[in-house]
Design a protein around this ligand. Structure first.
Ligand code: SF4
Ligand code: SF4
Length: 386
């Protein structure tokens, strides 16, 4: 029966010139047809009210809804049609599979989209270790790895201009690849007019991680039917930790170029205070996310993407750990070794940003903005809560 429906949909899509749905997209479409008749989960998140504005689900709709889903698990644990029921409705898992595929579909350049499937824990750690080893060898060739304390002057090991020429191209490429990828997604989902109110609402929903509240504010389901806010808290520690570290780098750049104050900076300077606070957040957040990831209910999300999730979490954790270690022992004989390790991990993090888990934040923000715009437009169907 399901095969017949899929073939009918495919024939209709081919006749109308629409893009043919993949197996995972067809599965989302099937489940959303059931949800559209049921609507029990309407208040859980933005996915269900967005769904009720549609009777049929094309490729772009499915990509939009998949990226709007935060994989909180609430609709799976509430669903009377979840496995082992014959309807086998598992919205978070179906959405996660399409979401993972959509990152690859929108990747820029397209040929690198396949990296999403390969970007796992082993590759992330091997890349970080390889880059760190390369830098350690570069330092060793210049003299000795262990040296007399240099009062934290890491430019004595790697000159400032060399660091800029190493990191700026990688960072710019990562920003460009992600920007062009999300632009393709944005064009495909035909978002409509972007108002200031929609922008403000989407920014608020993103920054508060509103939809990790499970719809009732008590949080997600993780290992079982119990609600927990820990996923939201660990995400916040990770995200704001990352932003504080980024702010520390920006302030240090201003100091260097505008005020002509080169590093190192004292422990009570603005860059070090921002970087230390961010580093602690970026240590606790990823550790907590890994702990949750390891005990996640097996029916949540897409198990095939766990290596990618864990690879990104590991790089964030080791970036912070190596950065804090470098700060603590910067005035010791081990500074060159710690610096090479830290730079290797940071370089691996930047290099994998556009083709790893980081993409979920960018695409989800775009989907939240689309929803903030769409909910302000009159529904063509006049069904559901809106
Ligand atoms: S997930 Fe289940 S309970 Fe929720 S709307 Fe869909 S069919 Fe209904
Ligand atoms: S898993 Fe959570 S965010 Fe995703 S559709 Fe279900 S309730 Fe909404």
């Amino acid at each position: 029966m399901q095969q017949l429906e899929a073939l009918t949909r495919e024939a209709r899509a081919l006749a109308s010139g629409e893009a043919v749905l993949t197996r995972y997209e067809s599965e989302v479409s099937r489940q959303l047809q059931i949800c559209n008749a049921c609507r029990y989960c309407e208040g859980f998140c933005a996915v269900f009210p967005a769904m009720t504005r549609r009777l049929e689900f094309g490729k772009a709709d499915i990509h939009y809804l998949a990226n709007l889903c935060h994989n909180c698990g609430a609709c799976l644990h509430a669903c009377q049609y979840a496995p082992p029921h014959e309807f086998a409705v598992n919205v978070p898992q179906a959405m996660a599979r399409v979401r993972g595929q959509s990152y690859a579909d929108y990747a820029w350049p397209p040929a690198l989209g396949a990296l999403y499937q390969r970007n796992g824990l082993t590759l992330s750690l091997a890349l970080a270790a390889g880059l760190a080893l390369f830098l350690l060898l570069a330092v060793a060739l210049q003299g000795t790895l262990l040296h007399a304390p240099l009062a934290g002057n890491f430019y004595a090991i790697f000159p400032h201009n060399l660091l800029v020429s190493m990191f700026a191209p990688v960072f710019i490429f990562a920003a460009l690849a992600l920007g062009l990828g999300v632009r393709k997604f944005w064009r495909e989902v035909s978002p409509g007019h972007v108002s200031g109110a929609a922008m403000a609402e989407a920014a608020s929903d993103s920054l508060r991680l509103k939809y990790l509240g499970g719809g009732h504010g008590e949080g997600c389901n993780e290992a079982d039917d119990a609600f927990t806010l820990w996923r939201r808290r660990f995400h916040h520690l990770t995200f704001y930790g990352f932003m504080l570290c980024f702010a520390a780098t920006c302030v240090a750049t201003l100091y260097h170029y505008l005020l002509k104050w080169p590093a190192p900076y004292s422990f009570n300077s603005v860059p070090v205070l921002l970087g230390s606070a961010g580093g602690i957040g970026l240590l606790i957040g990823p550790a907590g996310l890994l702990w949750l990831n390891l005990r996640r209910h097996p029916q949540h999300g897409d198990a095939a993407q766990q290596p990618m999730d864990r690879g990104f979490i590991a790089l964030l954790f080791f970036t912070s750990l190596s950065g804090l270690a470098l700060l603590l022992w910067r005035d010791s004989a081990a500074m060159a070794v710690l610096l090479a390790l830290h730079l290797g991990v940071v370089m691996a993090l930047f290099a994998t940003l556009p083709y790893g888990k980081f993409a979920h934040g960018v695409f989800r923000c775009a989907a939240l903005l689309k929803w903030a715009i769409e909910k302000r437009q009159p529904s063509r169907l006049k069904l559901g809560s809106d």
